[in-house]
Design a protein around this ligand. Sequence first.
Ligand code: HEM
Length: 480
Amino acid sequence: MIWTIFLLVQAVLLYFFVTNRSRSKSDPPLDKGVIPWLGHALEFGKDAYKFLNRMKLKHGNIFTVRVAGRYVTVLLDPHSYDAVINDSHSLDFSRYAQVLMERIFNLRLPHHQPAKEKTMMKKHFLGMNLSALTSTSSRHLQALLKAEMPQNQKDWKEEGLFNFSYSLLFKAGYLTLFGGEQNNNSTDPSSIYEEYKKFDGLLTKMARGTLKPEEKRKAQSVRLRLWELLAPAGLTEDMGASPWLQAYRRLLQEEGADEETQKKAVLMQLWATQGNVGPAAFWLLGYLLTNPEALTAVKREMETLETSLLDRPVNTPVFDSALEETLRLTAAPFITREVVQEKTLHMADGQEYLLRKGDRVCLFPFSSPQMDPEIHLEPQKFKYDRFLNEDGSVKRDFYKGGRRLKYYTMPWGAGTNGCVGKQFAINTIRQFVYMVLTNCDLELCDPNAQMPEVNASRYGFGMLQPVGDLLVRYKLRSTH
Ligand code: HEM
């Protein structure tokens, strides 16, 4: 017994010795935190934005922190982002993505071919196929919105704006990509949404591996339910799933994924394609409702459009700026890469730092450029025309340290791993906002209501979500 304890203590000490480290001259500033092994994990997970700002004030634009046994180098200078984004040789995207896949979706893809998958995605979400998707999504949105409205035109219906936006866009997105028409025998989108919301609520804890035992059980049962609900999607053509999902299924089969693995992969795609659009539309509508000047400007622009035009590329600079501004304030992904080969990082200011093999590198564009007061004046404020020039054209000139920025906002990531669904997402949100503003009366229940707080534990996971909701009321607009 004594020997066992002795050996265990030795093993733990050896482990700390191997994983502990001190800063060498070529390393970025190192901040290990006071808790052995865990380092800064708790503070990072609680509110990454606050934590990274504190580190930035202490160390500057680049530093390495210890987080649950891993060393993560955080880079916050947007002028230097390309040095990370463009080096897929030393800095690998897939490894960390695989870690998340396992933690969140319990998924391990055999013979995964990310490049082939990317090509297939691009084929289906861009160009001609994009117009077909956009018009299918428009049809579903129209029907769902109509079904959601009170039958009597005089009655208002009250609801939280987050739930209203997320549920409608999720269901429309699900029907468009995963399963045919409403009311046929394919799985009902409402039950998928209800289960998905539970899953979404546990997502950040799953990603960090911090679920409590009873949450673990809940996560597993929700996942099982979703796998079952999604099992038929994209398998046979008569279910009406999109050509993209059918192609994805074929790719999985080619890679040798069994049925079990395919279900898990389909859930991952549900998250990748539906997890951000609804929350983005919520923030946009919320900012418009709480900023009457912005609402008037967007409505005025929308009045000049015809519904049918929304299936095709349209010129909506005011809407585009309002959306860009919304995403600047509420899109907060980490862009994470694993260092697979030692690399010297050349910063834009001439400094050089060594990135060590096995570490992770993380960009957090939300901190800078998006909320950087040197780039965006009064960054906490929603200004719908921030991305417009005086003459109404798109504003692309933003500066930091006297130099024009390539990345002045980065909600979609960048480079080869940037968002494939960007244009589809923009089209869908535009349609949704257009339909809501032209077909319905939508207003705040309390005219003085403020935007809800952000759920700080979601920094790093794409679109932010609110704590609580913004209560609104709506009805079909009367035509006279
Ligand atoms: C407002 C909505 C959305 C936002 C803010 C968003 C944001 C992002 C970001 C930041 C990334 C890059 C992740 C990284 O570099 O680590 C990404 C990747 C991706 N997005 Fe989106 N996205 C949205 C909607 C969509 C939609 C609607 C689809 C598909 C229909 C989609 C499909 C994808 C895919 C497939 C990737 C992975 C690319 C890869 O593996 O390299 N996204 N998205």
